[in-house]
Design a protein around this ligand. Sequence first.
Ligand SMILES: [Zn+2]
Length: 437
Amino acid sequence: MIIRMSTLLARTLRDAPADAVTDSHRLLVRAAHVRRVASGVWSWLPLGKSVLDNVTRIVREEMAAIGDQEVLLPALAPVAAYEASGRADDYGDLLFRLADRRGARFVLGPTHEELFADLARDQLVSGRQLPLGLFQVQTKYRDEARPRSGVLRSREFLMKDAYTFDADEAGLRASYAAHREAYIRVFARLGLAARPVAALSGPMGGSESEEFLAPAAAGEDRYAECGSCGLAANTETVVGEDAGLAEKEAVGERPCPRCGAAALRIGRAIEVGHIFRLGTKYSDLIGLEVAGADGRPVRVQMGCYGIGISRAVAALAEQTCDSAGLCWPDAVAPAAVHLVAAGGGERARAAEELAGRLDRAGVRVLLDDRPGLGTGARLADAELIGVPRIAVVGRRAAEGVAELRDRRTGVSADAAFDALPGLVGAADANTRQSEVG
Ligand SMILES: [Zn+2]
């Protein structure tokens, strides 16, 4: 596929929004990946949508690989379900509420435990149908008091939420472990450094949960990691043991509240995933039961598992960007190579021909074919947009040689047009292969 900059809806900006304080906010806007519609509400433009879709696809593949089935429940949900569970109160003003023309009250769902429990009660008859794992990729809503940092903390966002149903606690532990492993694979494939740490469960309820935190200076969560005893937790979970950790700005090294070693490192991070063993909290509420092996009713054990997909895009931007712009990992990049002609005439024609060759070899190409733009401006945009490789067709175009530059390292080398599909395609194919495998 050749994406042409001349027709692509991607007007890059020299200046960042005045209110942007994080790199991902600044760069995703400047690189024409997202555009603000209202406070905490964003449009995804073609380049950003491509990254978002790539993240979504990897998440979907890993959920399917552990046997979860995809469904789609409504974002518009009757408020009664959330009132019955007590979460309408727990969420308070974070919940978007609305009424229809007849006065029936609804919410725009923040997560869907209630509706999934209800679906399971409707569909499940026998314990032989368990374990069951369901997931959806859906737009979610939270009426944040201070939406900020672009798509990192927005009021409308894309999320993958999964729910598991088991006949007993051992089953729930197995389902939880399978999702935990799947999440580790998801983040590894995305190229996002994120690790599970102990967490407080918050309004989701349940007895035990872990967050997947992606270290980043822009993060609003803080995690504590002990090099001696292995403690890894959101600092919220250990403030009871060390009041000093409650100070919002406390980062760096301090004594570990568990083992006492002076090896506790505090860092900032972005929460990109959260997994919960809910137990029977929701099953108890609505009487979700199945017939057990002996025919007697068994209360169903639930787990729930979320990945913030739009937030993962922002977290990836935070972890990989540099002073010149975005720097996407292969697995999520909108193209495998960004092709730039350093000049018009023969060089532009050579770039066009090279784009065709790459396309025929199955390589995803972003071609800067915009008329009347200087080479400096093209290269600045290429660095801003952050496709992993930039191929410059310049002074050696007539010999059929381009300069291939690695966006992340800046290392460049001349490469023959003949060799480029192989050089670029190999990396691109590796990405795709792991998607299938
Ligand atoms: Zn320790």
